[in-house]
Ligand binder design. Sequence first.
Ligand SMILES: [Fe+2]
Length: 237
Amino acid sequence: MIDTHCHILPALDDGARILDEAVEMARGAAKAGTRVIVATPHWAARGPSATGDFLRRQTAALGEALAANGVDVRVEPGAEVALTPSLLETAGPDTLPTLAGSEYVLVEMPTYLDWDLARRVFFELQLRSVKIILAHPERTAALCENYERAQELRAGGIKLQVVLPSLVGQMNRFIRALARRLVRDGLADLLASDAHDAAPRSVQLARARKLVDKLGGPGTFERLTVTGPASLLGIDT
Ligand SMILES: [Fe+2]
């Protein structure tokens, strides 16, 4: 698996708290078959983690710690950017951190953000040549309420990244239903863990593989977790 959404960088957000926990997360991911993790801490426009340079340095340091601990997983830099109107004060393709050196920015919509406002911000970002992957669209109330909105985003060039906890049922039934519908209809482009801790994920992944291949047809899980992210982000596996 290429995990394109993981809160593994230590002490930056509500993910890994210390380096040892980050190493344990990677060790567990490796055991479950993950080869590449894009580290995506929650991003803030100001503060130490605001620059791509800082994120690349932190990711490289984690990579060294993984190698020193014999964990065979590659980590790539990234971030998860919250979609807010104030984002437009600074946002452009050169100011927002992208995933794994690609042109894509991982964006999350606050759960209850007004739909018309969200649409305007998406549109404005695209006008500024920002390429967008929307993290867990299924967790957004505006999209749960109206499926056509998700279709509209996808048709407008925004890639959709469903996350494992939504799909295999740890969230509520509305979230689960939308996650599954996006996979079934071929609107999901990526599937990622959104892991925040070192809880084992082998069982979750096995369940997801079965479910995703049933919903989208054989090979869908592989496409959403390996070949899709590899070609979209230009990642070697
Ligand atoms: Fe996240």
